[in-house]
Design a binder for this molecule. Structure first.
Ligand SMILES: [Fe+2]
Length: 153
């Protein structure tokens, strides 16, 4: 039944969001050096957003007749900032995959759930793009022939 599969997928997404709350929070505690000035708040903001997403999922699962789970997914730990960002990117990629699986498990005519999930998928994609930039996996592609260098006189 599509509804049961949807609830199961939403529960997997919930476990990833709960892991996000813990993982981003721990990264905010552990980040040290001058990076701490920026990344303590950045990680805490991400933890808050994961918490917001978890709450929406919990409410939605109940609205669909399910029981929200209480177990977080695997939590990745590091004391190295670059490693933390890679770990967070992996978590966000897992999350978008399960949100897309949830979308695919909706009945074709269940447009309200599909539209809601599309908003979630769009949010997750923005996180992924930002983390890909922070880990330098995503950069602007520059066509060297088009670069106009100014001569310094
Ligand atoms: Fe999320």
């Amino acid at each position: 039944m599509a509804r049961a599969e949807l609830v199961e997928n939403l529960n997997k997404a919930l476990s990833l969001e709960l892991a996000g709350v813990i993982q981003y929070s721990q990264h905010s505690y552990l980040v040290t050096g001058t990076d701490r000035e920026v990344y303590k708040k950045w990680f805490r903001d991400q933890a808050e957003e994961a918490q917001d997403h978890a709450e929406v999922l919990g409410d939605k699962i109940v609205a669909l007749g399910g029981i929200p789970g209480v177990e977080p997914a695997m939590i990745r730990q590091s004391i190295d900032l670059k490693e933390m960002l890679k770990q967070d990117l992996e978590l966000e990629r897992e999350a978008i995959a399960i949100y897309m699986a949830a979308w695919a498990s909706c009945d074709d005519n269940d447009l309200p759930q599909k539209f809601w999930l599309e908003g979630q998928i769009s949010d997750e994609q923005m996180h992924i793009e930002e983390l890909e930039k922070l880990t330098s996996e995503r950069t602007a592609k520059v066509n060297s022939e088009r670069i106009i260098l100014r001569e310094v006189s």
